[in-house]
Ligand binder design. Structure first.
Ligand SMILES: *Cc1c(COP(=O)(O)O)cnc(C)c1O
Length: 423
């Protein structure tokens, strides 16, 4: 695509953008009395317009009905979680029976690994990526230790080659083959939170399965950001949070995927709770657990209705817009953000900013990670003061995420002109 670095160009791109009106369905923070240029949807997404109304509905029904709200509320709490399967499935390329909105991300990873990390003396290694989100590595280390293994031996991290910033596909696949029958599980990010690299999830899955390993992905930075086809790729399990791209509020309810090939496998160990019991016999409160033959079997507790109310407001918008249109816009918008950085460098006649996110749109979502060669923290603070919200990672990285659902070409242009002035 051809890009120009003028306000006119940016606003005309917004006029052609069929998704531009979705911007009006989110609340933007105000800085100096003006809507912020919000480029941190990868950290905490914006509040959907209906979130407040949906929560108030539940507060009202609780006020009015008390316990009877389980059945009498406008959206009965007894079955509150059920419509979420339909809403979540298209976001991660799953069948509705394979997804559940539940729990929180790190909790869910543990709950899933109870079933899917079952090491033996010979096959006990876990492959993850270097610079994975710390919580994931803590979870993996503690799982290894829980099973009596030394994490230093059990958890293998694949990283970039010396002097490089992204992890080469061939290196990941080769590492999987090299680990061979010692590899119990691949558990890595879909999109790395630091570099923004989208990993070749399908090939990882196929290669790991050939060695006999299980494959799980943390989609915290992938869900709602890039197209994934968990079912067709045969991924065993996945988990994500909903407060980043999925705009469902701080610490809001998360989600899991369990491939249907595992649903009827009664030999899988699992930590159970009453909400994993089939709906028709759940309230008989019988001694014997009768699990769903779906991802719902992994569900432990009754639905956290208040956070799910917000989640619903967000997922409805996602389903209206559709992942296909969103990813198409995303490539153009992030391409524009990339172009403005290149323009800044070429005007300066020096590389002031290095983009460490892959240049190939097939290997990234909307996030760009920018290594600031000089005074990065100062630049970041000044951007914030001037109403441009980005994200700082020590020692020198600014992450920006032009989110196709609510960011505009004009936002990217405003980021550019503010950054140019500061530099
Ligand atoms: C954001 C994020 C988390 C956060 O975990 P919570 O359990 O939601 O606090 C974990 N892992 C990854 C990869 C993340 O991006």
């Amino acid at each position: 695509m051809h890009y120009e670095f003028s306000e006119d160009f940016a606003t005309s791109q917004d006029q052609y953008d069929s998704l531009s009106l979705y911007r009006n369905r989110f609340h933007f923070p105000l800085i100096n009395g003006k809507k912020a240029v919000y480029l941190t949807g990868n950290s905490l997404g914006l509040q959907p317009d209906k979130a407040e109304q949906y929560i108030l509905q539940e507060l009202e029904d609780w006020k009015r009905y008390g316990v009877e709200g389980h059945f009498q509320a406008k959206n009965p709490w007894f079955s509150y979680h059920e419509p979420f399967a339909q809403l979540l499935a298209p976001l991660v390329g799953a069948k509705p029976s394979e997804v559940v909105a539940m729990g929180s991300l790190t909790n869910n990873l543990h709950v899933l690994m109870v079933s899917f990390y079952r090491p033996t003396q010979k096959r006990f290694k876990i492959l993850s990526e270097q610079k994975a989100f710390p919580s994931d590595l803590y979870a993996l280390d503690s799982q290894a230790r829980f099973h009596g293994f030394d994490p230093a031996e059990a958890v293998v991290e694949i990283g970039p080659r010396e002097g490089e910033t992204i992890i080469r596909k061939e290196d990941i696949l080769q590492k999987i083959n090299e680990l061979g029958d010692s590899l119990a599980m691949v558990m890595m990010g879909g999109v790395n939170f630091y570099s923004g690299q989208l990993f070749p999830l399908e090939e990882i899955t196929t290669t790991a399965h050939k060695t006999g390993a299980i494959v799980g992905f943390d989609l915290a930075h992938a869900a709602g950001n890039v197209q994934v086809d968990l079912h067709d790729w045969g991924v065993d399990f996945a988990a994500w949070c909903s407060y980043k791209y999925l705009n469902s509020g701080p610490g809001s309810v998360a989600g899991i995927f369990v491939h249907e090939k595992h649903h009827a496998d009664e030999s899988l160990p699992r930590f159970n709770g009453w909400w994993g019991n089939k709906a028709d016999s759940r309230f008989k409160m019988e001694r014997n657990f009768q699990p769903f033959h779906s991802a719902e079997a992994w569900q432990l507790s009754n639905a956290p209705v208040f956070s799910m109310a917000i989640h619903r407001a967000s997922l409805e918008i996602y389903n209206e817009a559709g992942m296909k249109a969103l990813t198409e816009k995303s490539q153009k918008l992030t391409g524009y953000a990339e172009a403005v950085i290149q323009k800044i460098n070429s005007d300066a006649g020096a590389e002031l900013i290095q983009i460490i996110t892959p240049a190939d749109p097939a290997e990234r979502g909307c996030q760009l990670s920018l290594v600031m060669k000089k005074n990065g923290k100062g630049v970041f603070d000044t951007l914030t003061k001037n109403g441009v919200l980005t994200d700082w990672r020590e020692p020198d990285v600014i992450r920006i995420a032009p989110v196709p659902l609510y960011n505009s070409f004009r936002d990217v242009f405003d980021f550019y002109s503010t950054l140019k002035t500061i530099l």
